[in-house]
Design a protein around this ligand. Structure first.
Ligand SMILES: Nc1nc2c(c(=O)[nH]1)N[C@H]1C(S)=C(S)[C@@H](COP(=O)(O)OP(=O)(O)OC[C@H]3O[C@@H](n4cnc5c(=O)[nH]c(N)nc54)[C@H](O)[C@@H]3O)O[C@H]1N2
Ligand SMILES: Nc1nc2c(c(=O)[nH]1)N[C@H]1C(S)=C(S)[C@@H](COP(=O)(O)OP(=O)(O)OC[C@H]3O[C@@H](n4cnc5c(=O)[nH]c(N)nc54)[C@H](O)[C@@H]3O)O[C@H]1N2
Ligand code: SF4
Ligand SMILES: [Mo]
Length: 768
């Protein structure tokens, strides 16, 4: 685990502030040699090629955060914490979890989180712990944004998640997405600039706000908040009514068009334009632009995913590009080949049911739909604060701050406090950590190996295992070590197995693989604890133990080579499945700027990942289509006394979820304001910089206003990720901005996926 700390060479790693993880070169040094002194883009990185946005330069605020934890903490009966040593912490946490398991069953332990924007290696290791304990249920931030989309994609394509090819597309469509600030695909700002500059390409944005992205758009459909379903319906109707569909594509590749066609044929486009308050001609011309394009790529994000009709919108936007034939082609939507997808990881995290048992598809208390292995975040309190016999009794929370990030923070705090046992694994003493029985301090993402499972590009896909670039903060451990020690304390790793495997390894990795497989066939615990067992056996042999944390990837590379050899071959890996697996793994652990593991030239290959045996895309989704038909009977109305629509949590130039807790990284304090439209400001008697009170059904808060042309009249917006308690080096605790979920309600959620309506919070605004 040791790295040289005193040298000042540039070292390669990646930015952790959004899912793109741009490659970095960092000059380390400063205090204890642990600071990130200078940060530049890594030109050799296989995906970002030197690209960075403004945020990466401030990463030292994360690395050197004054509230970093440097010792395991145990809660005293009076609610304060005392530092304890690691040995005590591991022993007591293992005992705590084991006693919940013995008394109530492992399925009463809830696993929350796993990883963030830059770290998923800990999520991989956590499966050793959760499967050893028999944990069956989990949730994470994806279940407050993407689960509806996952379900819709799964239903329409029979698996796989299609992804837009924005680099090559003729028309880019952003639905509730502000890619200039939030990114979402490699080198986002460069791609947006390329599209904007090219007269042959266009950008269409659906957003009530005049965001940086909307300003670049050729068509800005400035919908009334929460009405995208009407706008998208009108767009589909335009294409159907003006006979602009791709008839040949629909006939050859889809199922169910006849069942949905009559609705869009008879739909009154002008009425629907009225519902969403967008000019009918603008809707028609944007729709024609889509229909006439050689290729169209679409990105939906939080503006609709965290809004009323979120799952419906996921469905409607797909109809739009499917009936215009934009699947399995350059510049369109394609289904990538992941090395390991986050949702596969999610499924693995909660161990599957015992043989003969029905797999768990619904949550234990409410009986809600579980999508991609995840329970809806909004329902966490409902599954705890009840006397239902199957309620959750304990939680393991890793790299997530539900007390701040999930809807209705007061109720989340009540729920987390009601648990009989809880442990948080984090780098900082977060709002959630402050409610836990034990807090285990993780090494930062620059102090250990890390990676994410987010990159899902097509046709070239990369993976980047980052090496530590500084020594761990004394007192911290990487998740690999934390989970392995916990599994050992629970008796989940047999020392006999360890000796036998180490012995086999002396003869080579092939005998090791054979012995591992033989042990696993006899003892199911071997597979359950596999990441930890590989770490303890194969780990020490990887570059003299320096790359021990990469051990589980050895198995994953071999799995990929066995099941998907043709894709590895497309990236230049040759030979037998064994040879390919070994070569992929050796490349993975040594490629400090990432490596390409799939490079397909044929876009039609996407059809191989459509799950239905007839290889057709399903257009008529019976669970959702009735809601589409009923739209005009369900107009949106705010409750009396709350005339504004608050978007509780937008991405801005200096926000990054709660990864950087030190608010001073936003040196000009730009991020914390409430955005307000000039007409509304006039009505309310508010001037720039004045303080306003925001009141919702859940709570109330004050902050200063920023009057701008970004906000649509009747809407206001707060940034996401702010309002966290930050303990400065001086000991003083500061809170910058508003914690948005003091204002949101856990009951405001999608009827289907349970995803929150953070972007549609009825609110009252007053001058203070
Ligand atoms: N700078 C920065 N970048 C980030 C993050 C960050 O914290 N900071 N977080 C990362 C994460 S975790 C995620 S999930 C992504 C999210 O990325 P985005 O979804 O792009 O981010 P948001 O700004 O939350 O929401 C997008 C847009 O939705 C719009 N919106 C609000 N209401 C509606 C509506 O009714 N209809 C439509 N069509 N639009 C609406 C808002 O005006 C906003 O411009 O960003 C990632 N990137
Ligand atoms: N109102 C409102 N709420 C929202 C949103 C919104 O737009 N509005 N957006 C939602 C979205 S899209 C998301 S993704 C979530 C994000 O919310 P969370 O899931 O809570 O994720 P992060 O804010 O990224 O917090 C990650 C945690 O990981 C910790 N951490 C950092 N590095 C490490 C590490 O190496 N190991 C460990 N163990 N911990 C580490 C950080 O200290 C932090 O506590 O917020 C959601 N909440
Ligand atoms: S925050 Fe910016 S620099 Fe960091 S990964 Fe995302 S796009 Fe790259
Ligand atoms: Mo997110």
């Amino acid at each position: 685990m040791k790295t040289q700390s005193a040298d000042t060479e540039y070292k390669k790693t990646a930015c952790i502030l959004c899912s793109i993880n741009c490659g970095l070169e960092v000059k380390v040094g400063g205090k204890d040699g642990r600071e990130l002194l200078k940060i530049k883009g890594d030109k050799a990185h296989v995906s970002s090629e030197g690209y960075l946005c403004n945020k990466a330069a401030r990463l030292n605020h994360y690395q050197m955060g004054a509230d970093r934890l440097n010792s395991p903490m145990r809660r005293r009966p009076d609610g304060t914490y005392e530092a304890i040593d690691w040995e005590t912490a591991i022993r007591e946490v293992a005992v705590g979890l084991q006693s919940i398991k013995n008394e109530h069953g492992g399925d009463k332990i809830y696993f929350i989180g796993g990883g963030g924007q830059g770290n998923h290696l800990g999520a991989l290791y956590s499966t050793a712990l959760t499967r050893t304990l028999g944990v069956r249920y989990q949730t994470n931030a994806l279940a407050q944004e993407k689960t509806g989309e996952f379900w819709v994609a799964g239903k329409m394509f029979g698996g796989g998640g299609p992804h837009g090819d924005f680099h090559n597309t003729e028309v880019a469509v952003f639905v509730g997405k502000n890619p200039w600030q939030a990114h979402g695909f490699p080198q986002t700002r460069k791609v947006l600039n390329d599209i904007a500059k090219d007269p042959a390409r266009s950008m269409i944005v659906l957003d009530p706000a005049l965001t940086d992205s909307a300003r670049m758009a050729d068509f800005h459909l400035r919908v009334k908040p929460g009405t995208d379903a009407w706008c998208l319906s009108a767009m589909i109707a335009t294409i159907v009514q003006e006979n602009l569909t791709d008839v040949a594509f629909i006939a050859a590749h889809t199922r169910g068009f006849e069942a949905i066609r009559p609705h869009f044929e008879s739909l009154d486009i002008s009425d629907y334009a009225g519902f969403c308050d967008v000019d009918e001609e603008l809707i028609r011309s944007a729709s024609r632009r889509i229909a006439q394009a050689e290729s169209v790529a679409v990105f939906e994000d939080l503006g609709t995913q965290q809004n009323v009709h979120s799952t419906l919108v996921s469905y409607l936007q797909r109809i739009l590009w499917i009936i215009t034939g934009n699947f399995a082609k350059k510049g369109g939507q394609n289904i990538p080949v992941p090395l390991l997808s986050v949702t596969e990881g999610a499924k693995q995290g909660a161990s599957s049911a015992k043989p003969g048992e029905k797999p768990n598809k619904v949550s234990p208390v409410l009986g809600s739909r579980i999508i991609a292995g995840l329970l809806p975040c909004n329902e966490v309190p409902d599954e705890i604060l009840t006397d239902h016999p199957d309620r959750f009794r304990a939680a393991i929370i890793q790299s997530s701050n539900p007390a701040h990030a999930y809807a209705d923070s007061p109720r989340m705090r009540e729920a987390l406090s009601a648990l009989e046992f809880s442990v948080v694994i984090d780098v900082a003493m977060t709002e959630t950590a402050k409610l836990a029985d034990y807090v285990l301090p993780a090494a930062s993402q620059f102090e250990k190996h890390e990676c994410t499972f987010f990159p899902v590009e097509f046709p070239r896909n990369h993976f980047h295992l980052r090496h530590p670039i500084v020594d761990p903060l004394p007192g911290t451990l990487p998740e690999s070590e934390i989970h392995t020690r916990l599994v050992e304390a629970l008796g989940g790793i047999s020392q006999t197995h360890v000796s036998v495997l180490r012995g086999a390894l002396k003869l080579g990795r092939r005998p090791f693989a054979l012995v591992f497989t033989a042990l696993a066939a006899k003892n199911p615990q071997v597979m359950k604890a596999a990441p930890a067992l590989l770490y303890r056996t194969l780990g020490p042999t990887l570059c003299d133990g320096k790359r021990a944390e990469a051990a589980p990837f050895w198995a994953l590379c071999h799995q990929f080579a066995r099941k998907k050899a043709q894709y590895a071959k497309s990236a230049g890996f040759e030979g037998s499945a064994w040879k390919i697996g070994e070569a992929m793994f050796e490349t993975l652990i040594s490629a400090t700027s990432g490596f390409i593991y799939t490079d397909i030239s044929d876009y039609a290959d996407s059809w191989n990942r459509v799950g239905y045996s007839d290889k057709r895309i399903l257009l008529h989704v019976e669970e959702l289509f009735p809601q589409v038909q009923n739209l005009d009977k369900t107009p949106l109305q705010n409750p009396a006394g709350f005339p504004f629509v608050l978007a509780a949590g937008n991405r801005r130039a200096t926000t990054a979820n709660t990864i950087v807790r030190d608010g001073s990284w936003d040196s000009k304090g730009l991020a914390s304001s409430l955005f307000l439209n000039p007409d509304d400001a006039l009505d309310l008697g508010l001037a720039n910089g004045d303080t306003a009170r925001i009141t919702t059904a859940t709570g109330s808060a004050t902050t200063f206003v920023e009057i701008n042309d970004i906000q649509r009249k009747g809407t206001v917006a707060l940034p996401n990720g702010l309002g966290i308690d930050y303990r400065r080096e001086s000991g003083e605790t500061v809170q910058i901005g508003i914690p948005p979920n003091e204002l949101t309600a856990s009951s405001s959620r999608d009827f289907f996926a349970g995803t929150p309506w953070h972007k549609y919070v009825p609110a009252q605004i007053e001058k203070v």
